[in-house]
Design a protein around this ligand. Sequence first.
Ligand SMILES: N[C@@H](CCC(=O)N[C@@H](CS)C(=O)NCC(=O)O)C(=O)O
Length: 211
Amino acid sequence: MYKLFASPGSAGMAPHAALEEIGAPYELVLVDTEKGEHRRPEYLKLNPNARVPTFMDGERAMYESAAILFYLADKHPDAGLAPAPGSPERMLFCQWLMYLTNTVQEAYMQFFHADYFASSDAARAEVKATAERRLERMWGNVDAGLAACGPYLAGKSFSGADLYLHMLSRWSRNTARPAWTWPRIAGLVDRVKVRPAVQRMMAQEGLAEPH
Ligand SMILES: N[C@@H](CCC(=O)N[C@@H](CS)C(=O)NCC(=O)O)C(=O)O
């Protein structure tokens, strides 16, 4: 039995949607980060970073949402969450999933948590503004990549990387230029958000539009 610790709208969205795509039984444990539940000793034993999500396969715990996606995609090849190892589509899948998690998501960290990076009000404002400009350049890169090799991130077919893009595009809703103002990202997100698994994930987390 799988278990996913997540909080609504967090980095748990993509692995949560992946579990719904797979259809295997799992338990969703909602963690209230506002109440600091992710800092409780029993949670820190599973994820010492005090972050969500955390995934458990039996007694083993793992963190990092993109890594969880990779793990689930490999364990459930029939769910079609990742192209076959060694294929050209796999190159795109690996590239975009890594880019989204270590570059785009990191810029979001600076946008939402400038306090983790700077100690004065002026420095925090600068970190946040710079992150917002960097995000715009990144969305431009993603959109250009989709124009060249899309319509999905891994080429012609849907993959778990698209679930990740859907999650990160939602996080842009309060930025000056949301991700879906780029046309190919908009088209991709529109296709992902109508997937029944994604709709179930959104309903279970109590999330509404935009995406
Ligand atoms: N790279 C990690 C990032 C996890 C992360 O930062 N999660 C946020 C929610 S989206 C969190 O737990 N924040 C709580 C905090 O910063 O106190 C992942 O993708 O799993």
